[in-house]
Unconditional design. Sequence first.
Length: 427
Amino acid sequence: MADVIDELKSWLEENWDPDLTVAEWWERLGLAGWAAPALPTNAYGRDLSRNDAVKVAETIGEHGALGAPGGLGLLLAAPTIAMHGTQEQIDRYVRDIVTGQKAWCQLFSEPVAGSDLAGLQTRAVQDGDEWIVNGQKVWTSGGHYADLGMLIARTNSDVPKHQGITYFALDMHQDGVDIRPLKEMTGRALFNEVFMSDAVTTTDAMIGGQNNGWAVTNTTLAFERAGLGAGGGSAASSAAIPGTVAGHLDKRAGDFVQSRRSGGGGAQFRGAGKMLIELAKQTGAIDDPTIRQDLMRLHTLAEIGRMQTLRLKALKASGGDIPGFGNIGKLSMSDMMRLQRDLGLRILGPEGMLHAYEGDAKAVLDEAVGKPMNGFVTELALFAQAPPIYGGTDQVQRNILGERVLGLPKEPGPEKNTPFKDLPKNG
């Protein structure tokens, strides 16, 4: 790995220029294999392990260069297409992801198909080389910035629900796609609902083959859980938004550079833990033994996440693995988010009831209370309800671990060979 980092440092010395546009810099970074080094070499990567890829991202940040394009394109779409797509699809889609030219969203969940994702009812009907799509998706992160969507749709209702699903790339800019923001309790609108009315995709945009979408979907979900888990997170996230919608591609790359802290798996939680420790000292809450105990608990959970990531790396290097690692990491992340929420509010005391949602109101509140860090804590507390739900609920993660890892009996329900059209429907 030292040779790789030395090569990267030399490359950065020769290539990083803050006066390049974001698009120009990301093209250099992506085509050199440094934007997504965990991808295989035929997919604009360098075949590095996930941990080594994190070290690459940290090195880019430490050099003071703009990191790789963030978002679901790099996290989910690119590795899924690299695994299941044809070389033509890799060249068509992955190239634009690693160079930041196109942003992606995930068109999976539906109002009646969240935890039971395979119960989705969005349909794609073939018309020659085209497929006509009708249905609704919800909780679509970044849909308002997306150029393309990872769409799963039902293409056969006469077979069991897991067998009649196909995975497509869908153009989000067409008339048949209506994106509507959903405002959350934080006051933000990171999620969207998406309505597709005679939207069109094509056979050559089908990833992994017709009616094989459930296998492709599980690949995407595995990458999602690994990315969201306690050992997840990457220094590759960027202040610049990829794709054609946000308008960042033509701006100066140096203007988007942000300071980054290295630390590997669990770094985001260790950073929050340190912030809460400082806040507890400032408020005097550090004298409460129960708060000190929970601060230590948060630190311990973050360290376990980091050590688990190192353990997985060592096992994979020797040909082993940890079954259900991504699911365990996702559950651990949920626990830590809830612990951060409860700790932060206990440290703030009555001030934890005060929260501002808009910029002007935040400034007024910060001036009145005199503690700008309070807003971070209250927003974290409001947001903490989301991680145990998105990316597969905690209950779903436990079901997967029980059934697929421990071999426990499946939950009772219709026979798995029941055609989708004969299953009872909600709503």
